[in-house]
Write a protein that binds this ligand. Structure first.
Ligand SMILES: O=c1ccn([C@@H]2O[C@H](COP(=O)(O)OP(=O)(O)O[C@H]3O[C@H](CO)[C@@H](O)[C@H](O)[C@H]3O)[C@@H](O)[C@H]2O)c(=O)[nH]1
Ligand SMILES: [Mn+2]
Length: 817
């Protein structure tokens, strides 16, 4: 009877309660699960009767699900001790605020503005701490079981894989080539379901030539990887270590290893020595003749068409795309490139899942697509996984994270925490999206409540633009009956693809707003992910072992700070725009706690003025003979001391907990202070100027170190972790702070020792202010060293002179009474 009921329900497409107490859930993949509302049996008399049904139901559900094993498991992580520490810090912050407020109201002390400024800053720090607590409070981990996926023997969805590159000088083609090769070689039951698209915003014939060489090399590389179950399928990384001789590989493996390596070396040197002039003479690259980087028609080349290869053989399609550029159009940087890739792939292969990576981010785990499928297909309700994001991790990274940009703790602690709310932020790379989610489709539960029926041609045209091919393909994506075009003849689709790659294609459509990657921020990733969460989708964090993808973290002062500045600019653009997460929570389906988690990142640049003000208080007090901290004799002195110590120990323990060194903690701590006073501050000012219409924000591409086969990045410097400088204004504020603190300490010591006035003056600085300034100098030590070093390691004179003038003015201001 029960089986009949289930059958009937399935035929009618009914979900939910089918019979007294029994509920039917039907997931995406026809997994039938029947649950029984157990508490109903307690209040009803024929208990045994019902229990029998319960057992029957369980058996029926197992049978109908084909004994399907779970693909993923969401594991909540305990962090009781950490929660306690969170509260202790919060308590100390509140105590500090209360104490300050009380002293301010105390009429016996003369009114002092440093105390008021400190109060405002500390209130802000408390707010930031509250945001942080919320973000980290309830972390989760997702375990994946790809072996169950393969056992189930179902057809897996097709995946379109996107790689973006923008500048052959900053992003050497050999890096892109390695990333592409690692993607072409990922494990997937049917390689015909995969396609790799490379977007080249640099419109470089060398990049295109390099990729055409890849197509030939992959015919050797991919079978080699599969045959020997190679672990890392980016050749430069794989060949950076000796072949595993201890293994069971035998002599013929060593032989093929050596010949593969020599093939790769030849490929790499052909690409590195490629000469643009001679490439252009080749008829194959004729389209590049006369093309300028910022002014050229769309170029699309199918470099490898795998539709004719057999099941289990061959490797994915490879398509080169350089979207049309014209000086009359604004191109929206990476977001624009991603939208073109989305459309081009829609008319060519139209896979329901899309993976995107930066050109330097190779797949480090060959099972990555399978792990991602576990998380995309493994939930009863697909709303739970709108996209699947892998944490950003880096290869050949410098020891102890000297530039504070490896973000391991950030990803583990905050990333895991956010994963437990509405889901991980989209990080711009290493992410699998459902195509329909990128198309702005709301999750299934809203569709049910909203208007039913598929959208009309006219509606789709308004949204997606005039291409009939694109409209048809998007209809199939939205309605869910997706048929990827595995049998398509790729070359015959190039003209349609060129149409959707044109720079005026988006005019009057929803691209860049409700559809695709969202425009209007330098951090299009955060913004796009947030739009998805606002529509009601959740996202999943995919933390595999070994890591899914590895990229290249910038090294040196200028590159690191430029990256931080771009990120900070982008998040502030989001915060003050109509896409602000606050509005998303009020008017959309962005959960409140998720909104607060977004705010942690969005307020980075807003923290700068507060942190700058607080950093100035120390030197100001020493110079002006004032104070902003309680005296050592005062019992209130112990609150800031306890707070400072707990705070530092808390962060140190976090680094230890993530398996990192104390050195890494220190480097990150001081880089946070340096970044705040430089990159975040400049970002704050830039966005301020932008809102006044005085400047534009631009995406400055990060330089990627060309990695030769040693896998460690090309650094022949004595100490690549040493801070480097250039004459950019980003270095001025920290230089000012470094000099100012040294001057202030000197003046303070002089006051204390020579004239002995410290004790004499009521309200003058005490030991607290001294220690505070010394700590600041320690934090800014790379700059102190930069003041006296030469070459790239020294701060240029232009920066020193400007900083010196500002310090002079500040000292004059502080000491004028
Ligand atoms: O006009 C442009 C500018 C950049 N890119 C590509 O965007 C990617 C990211 O650029 P990169 O300079 O490496 O920036 P990162 O700061 O390292 O990137 C992080 O931050 C970005 C947002 O600021 C995200 O887009 C990235 O995915 C994320 O890895 C690279 O593949 C570029 O080729 C373009 O395709 N077109
Ligand atoms: Mn990058």
């Amino acid at each position: 009877m029960l089986a009949a009921l289930i059958g009937a329900a399935l035929r009618k497409g009914i979900k939910g309660r089918i019979w007294d107490g029994y509920k039917l859930h039907r997931s995406d993949r026809d997994v039938v699960v029947l649950t029984y509302v157990v508490n109903a049996s307690f209040c009803c008399p024929p208990l045994a009767y019902r229990s029998a049904f319960f057992v029957a139901a369980a058996i029926a559900s197992l049978a109908m699900a084909g004994a399907r094993k779970k693909l993923q498991e969401r594991v909540a992580l305990r962090r009781t001790a950490w929660k306690l520490a969170d509260i202790v810090v919060l308590f100390l912050l509140l105590a500090l605020l209360a104490r300050r407020a009380a002293t301010l109201g105390d009429t016996s002390t003369t009114w002092q503005w440093p105390w008021l400024a400190a109060l405002v800053c500390e209130a802000w720090f408390t707010f930031v701490w509250l945001l942080t607590i919320n973000g980290k409070w309830s972390p989760v981990r997702f375990d994946t079981f790809p072996e169950h996926l393969l056992e189930a023997d179902d057809e897996l969805p097709a995946v379109d894989m996107f790689v973006t590159t923008a500048d052959p000088a900053l992003e050497p083609p050999v890096i892109t080539v390695n990333t592409v090769l690692s993607l072409l070689a990922v494990d997937y039951p049917d390689a015909r379901k995969l396609a790799c698209y490379v977007s080249d915003d640099g419109c470089s014939p060398v990049t295109c030539y390099a990729l055409s060489e890849v197509a030939a090399f992959a015919a050797l590389w991919v079978p080699f990887c599969k045959r020997h179950a190679v672990g890392v399928r980016a050749p430069f990384m794989y060949f950076s270590s000796a072949p595993d001789e201890a293994g069971s590989h035998g002599a013929d493996f060593l032989e093929s290893w050596a010949s593969m390596k020599s093939e790769y070396d030849k490929l790499a040197s052909r690409i590195e020595n490629a000469d643009e002039g001679s490439i252009l003479q080749d008829a194959e690259f004729a389209e590049f003749v006369g093309s300028e980087r910022r002014n050229h028609p769309t170029i699309i080349k199918v470099l490898w068409d795998n539709s004719k290869s057999k099941t289990g053989e061959g490797f994915p399609h490879l398509v080169y795309v350089s979207r049309e550029k014209s000086p009359r159009h604004y191109h929206n940087f990476k977001a624009g490139a991603m939208n073109v890739l989305t459309r081009v792939s829609a008319v060519m292969t139209n896979a329901p899942i899309m993976l995107n990576v930066d050109c330097d981010m190779f797949a480090n785990n060959p099972g990555v697509a399978l792990h991602a499928m576990c998380l995309l297909l493994g939930f009863d309700d697909e709303t739970d996984s709108g996209f699947v994001q892998a944490p950003q991790k880096f290869y050949g990274s410098l020891r102890d994270d000297p530039f504070g940009n490896q973000m391991e703790v950030l990803f583990q602690k905050l990333g895991g925490g956010v994963a437990g709310i509405q889901g991980m932020f989209y990080g711009g790379t290493g992410c699998f999206h459902r195509r329909k989610v990128i198309y702005g489709t709301p999750p299934p539960d809203t569709v049910k409540h909203g208007t039913t029926g598929s959208p009309s041609y006219k509606e789709l045209q308004m949204k997606f633009g005039n291409s009939k091919e694109l409209i048809d393909s998007s209809r199939s994506i939205i309605s869910g009956d997706v048929l990827a075009r595995t049998t398509a003849n790729m070359s015959s689709r190039i003209e349609m693809a060129k149409q959707v790659g044109a720079c005026n294609y988006e005019a009057g459509t929803c691209w860049g707003q409700e559809v695709g990657w969202v425009y209007g921020s330098m951090t299009e990733d955060i913004l796009t992910g947030q739009r998805i969460h606002t529509t009601g989708w959740k996202s999943v964090l995919m933390d595999t072992n070994p890591p899914a993808f590895l990229g290249c973290a910038p090294t040196g002062g200028p590159a690191s700070l430029t990256q931080f500045k771009r990120w900070a600019t982008g998040v502030l653009e989001i915060l003050i725009s109509k896409n602000s997460p606050i509005l998303g929570t009020i008017f959309g389906r962005l959960q409140l706690r998720q909104c607060l988690a977004y705010l942690i990142v969005d307020v980075w640049p807003v923290r700068a003025p507060f942190e700058l003000c607080y950093a100035l208080l120390g030197p100001f007090c020493l110079l002006a003979n004032q104070s902003f901290l309680p005296k050592a004799s005062d019992e209130g002195f112990y609150i800031p001391v306890a707070l400072f110590l707990t705070f530092q120990v808390y962060y140190l323990m976090e680094y230890k907990d993530c398996g990192l060194s104390a050195r890494a903690w220190w480097n990150n701590h001081r880089m946070q202070r340096i970044t705040s006073a430089s990159a975040w501050l400049l970002a704050f000012l830039t966005v301020l100027l932008k809102t006044m219409g005085l400047s534009e924000t631009v995406f400055e591409v990060t330089r990627k170190e060309s990695s030769t086969s040693d896998g460690s990045g090309s650094t022949n410097e004595a100490d690549p972790g040493l801070f480097t400088f250039d004459s950019s204004p980003v270095f001025i504020p920290v230089t000012v702070l470094a000099i100012l603190n040294i001057v202030a300490i000197a003046v303070g010591v002089w006051h204390a020792v020579v004239t002995g006035t410290v004790k004499g003056i009521h309200g003058g600085p005490g030991i607290g202010e001294f220690l505070y300034c010394c700590w600041t100098v320690l934090c800014f030590w790379p700059f102190v060293r930069g003041l006296v070093s030469r070459g790239r390691y020294g701060i240029p004179w232009s920066v020193k002179v400007k900083a010196g003038l500002i310090v002079g003015a500040l000292v004059h201001f502080c000491t004028r009474n």
